[in-house]
Design a protein around this ligand. Structure first.
Ligand SMILES: C[S@@+](CC[C@H](N)C(=O)[O-])C[C@H]1O[C@@H](n2cnc3c(N)ncnc32)[C@H](O)[C@@H]1O
Length: 257
């Protein structure tokens, strides 16, 4: 009887794991199409290349991270795409880790660090666990894979999470798991910098990108369960997208009990 129960539990685990892999694959396929279009010269969509916007974001982060006291920070950029913030923060001496489900997005990210691809080494087979890319400086790591995956190696690892258009890009059902992962990866007292869009048409307009306000971020099943709200930064820069504004928020990881 006990052996049957163990077999049944193992079967359920395998089915569940396969469902999770299948879901990741569907998400990946759809974002991979978007990236193929962008990299073939299609519309830039969410991309902001202006380094002034990245400088401003890092400056907000430094200002709201007094516990780091001017030291280099470990910064995680989930759903990073090829956001130039990663290269900018690295250039300022910080240790950066970026995660994206589309390998081509992270290939574009590596291109921002210069043409010499020998500066990067990779581990992993690019399969379900995804490849891990490391820069020879030892301060930049790019992880191919699903942000929703369990990553025990990242627990309590980061002083800062930089989330630009990540929370607002995910399907609504994926938000609680995303917020759980972020709350796992950040250190106690760590800073969460979030950029989201607000839309003239409001929440009813759907997404992605979704219309996101403080109330959405701070829902108990989202960041509200583990983070304190620090401040709103209002509109952080002007977007060339009709009917939308880019707004910023700062949250802080509450100490674990
Ligand atoms: C709206 S874009 C934002 C990219 C970047 N943060 C920026 O603002 O430039 C969302 C990104 O998330 C990636 N993505 C979507 N779902 C993901 C997931 N479950 N895990 C990891 N990356 C994901 C997509 O490939 C895409 O690059």
């Amino acid at each position: 009887m006990q052996a049957r129960l163990v077999l049944f539990a193992a079967t359920l685990l395998i089915i569940n794991t396969n469902i999770i892999y299948a879901q990741s694959f569907v998400i990946m396929a759809s974002w991979a199409q978007t990236w193929a279009d962008i990299l073939n010269g299609g519309p830039k969509r969410w991309k902001v290349d202006d380094v002034d916007a990245k400088r401003a974001a890092l400056s907000h982060i430094v200002q709201h991270s007094p516990n780091v006291d001017g030291r280099p920070m470990r910064i995680l950029c989930p759903l990073a795409g090829d956001d130039p913030f990663v290269h900018y923060a690295w250039g300022q001496g910080h240790d950066v880790t970026a995660i994206d489900i589309v390998p081509d997005a992270l290939r574009a990210m590596r291109g921002l660090f210069g043409h010499d691809m020998d500066e990067w080494s990779s581990e992993g087979d690019g399969g379900n666990s995804g490849a891990v890319w490391k820069h020879k400086s030892g301060r930049a790591t790019l992880l191919e894979g699903d942000i929703l995956s369990n990553r025990p190696e990242l627990l309590r690892s980061f002083d800062v999470i930089y989330d630009k258009d990540s929370f607002g890009a995910l399907a609504l059902d994926d938000r609680p798991k995303f917020c759980e992962r972020i709350s796992e990866f950040v250190k106690d007292g760590g800073t969460l910098y979030v950029e989201v869009k607000i839309k003239d048409e409001g929440r009813e307009s759907g997404g992605p990108p979704y219309h996101v306000e403080k109330e959405d971020l701070m829902e108990p099943t989202n960041f509200g369960g583990c983070f304190e709200y620090v401040c709103s930064l209002g509109e952080v820069y002007c977007l060339n997208m009709g009917g939308m504004k880019q707004t910023g928020h700062v949250l802080r990881r509450a100490p674990r009990r």
